[in-house]
Design a protein around this ligand. Structure first.
Ligand SMILES: [Zn+2]
Ligand SMILES: [Zn+2]
Length: 392
């Protein structure tokens, strides 16, 4: 058995305790006081010197000169009430239903393992515990605060757990070579018309009618303008407008989200949403203001690094359990890092449907197989060690 994995299994009790504490805290966005405090306390206990980066990220380094690999975990929960019924469930209206409590725990475990083996390292490992992944803002905040500098980072690795799928049992790993996740953007379109009594529609401008035409017209970008070889998604998830049944609506608001596999398609979608919205509104004598609220580009797994890290994973999880998969339709703010340095994010099985773990991420009933914790710690530590050994 791999040495790191053996050592990680020996500290399983500590990993489970840590994970249950993070799970119970379930803090969201950039406001993670209890979570950060435990991360800092544990890193210090392991002999490291953690410091805050940006609004509420935590970092530290170990090893010696040479190349630097960054290991990343996200720490934030989601604002939804937990429904697992676990005795360590969060009770504050939030829920670790994306598994970031596991990511934080696994990376803390890796820090302990690597510190214990620091003299064997052929380079530097930098740790990145980031806030606000669910807001697609935390990685960018740490990036602006210099997470990739001093020492300069040469490559980065992240892990996301995968639960509630067939074959997503602990020990299985999937990864994409190239584009791993879609881009994601949220757009708000505010339509201004003119109120009028229902008996005199000619005196008004119907914002709801404009919104209806807009919803249909926007789909034509997907149906007619994006090549069929480049899959994109556009959904209108929210629409509001009008005051009362017998009056033309003076205002309406549409909120939509878009996903694309390339920056080119993403930019094209944004450009055409603006053009179509403004023109449809003008056609029916109204106005439209288009605002892009937040967004992130597609996550690109560097193909060479992906191949290399996948091979290291196979040394722990066996050849047949590490599989390459196509692009997945989700989004990840690890993109902000991957746009700057060669990076890879792997998906690590943490419970399968056939094993009784039927709820997937972002479901408040999701339960994770905690056997993933020592494995995740070992994978982070092993991949970093081997990367530094083979990239002198
Ligand atoms: Zn999530
Ligand atoms: Zn997540």
């Amino acid at each position: 058995m791999n040495e790191y994995y053996k050592e990680a299994l020996e500290m399983n009790g500590e990993l489970v305790t840590n994970r249950r504490m993070f799970h119970n805290y379930a803090e969201t966005g950039f406001e993670l006081p209890q979570t950060i405090s435990l991360v800092m306390k544990k890193l210090t206990e392991y002999g490291l010197k953690p410091y805050i980066v940006g609004k509420s990220g935590v970092s530290c380094t170990l090893g010696q000169s040479g190349k630097t690999i960054l290991l990343r975990a996200d720490m934030d929960a989601l604002p939804m009430s937990e429904k697992t019924g676990l005795n360590f469930a969060a009770t504050n209206g939030n829920c670790h239903s994306c598994g970031h409590d596991c990511h934080t725990t696994m990376l803390l475990g890796a820090a302990k393992l690597l510190k214990q083996n620091e003299n064997k390292l052929k380079g530097t490992v930098k740790f990145m515990f980031q806030p606000a992944e669910e807001l697609l803002a935390g990685a960018n905040d740490m990036l602006s605060a210099g997470i990739l500098e001093n020492p300069k980072v040469d490559a980065a690795m992240g892990i996301h757990i995968k639960v509630g799928y067939e074959n997503s049992n602990v020990g299985s790993i999937t990864y994409a070579k190239g584009t791993a996740f879609y881009s994601g953007d949220a757009v708000r379109i505010t339509i201004t018309g003119k109120n009028a009594h229902g008996s005199t529609p000619e005196k008004g401008v119907d914002a709801i009618n404009i919104a209806a035409h807009m919803v249909i017209s926007l789909q034509e970008i997907i149906a007619r303008e994006i090549p069929c070889t480049e899959h994109s998604v556009l959904i209108v998830g929210k629409i509001q407008g009008g005051d009362t049944v017998n009056t033309l609506a003076g205002n309406a608001v549409i909120e939509a989200s878009i996903r694309a596999t390339t920056q080119e398609s993403r930019s094209f979608l944004k450009k055409r949403i603006r053009e179509i919205s403004e023109n449809v509104a003008a056609t029916f004598r109204g106005d439209a203001i288009v605002e892009f609220l937040y967004g992130i580009g597609p996550l690109y797994n560097n193909p060479i690094l992906s191949e290399e890290i996948a091979n290291y994973c196979k040394e722990i999880c066996t050849e047949e359990k590490v599989k390459e998969i196509p692009t997945a339709c989700g989004t990840e703010d690890f993109t902000s890092i991957a746009e700057q340095v060669p990076s890879i994010m792997i998906n690590l099985g943490a419970g399968s449907i056939e094993g009784g773990y039927s709820y997937s991420i972002h479901n408040p009933s999701m339960i994770v197989d905690e056997k993933v914790l020592p494995l995740g710690s070992a994978l982070y530590a092993h991949c970093a060690t081997k990367y530094l050994e083979n990239n002198l």
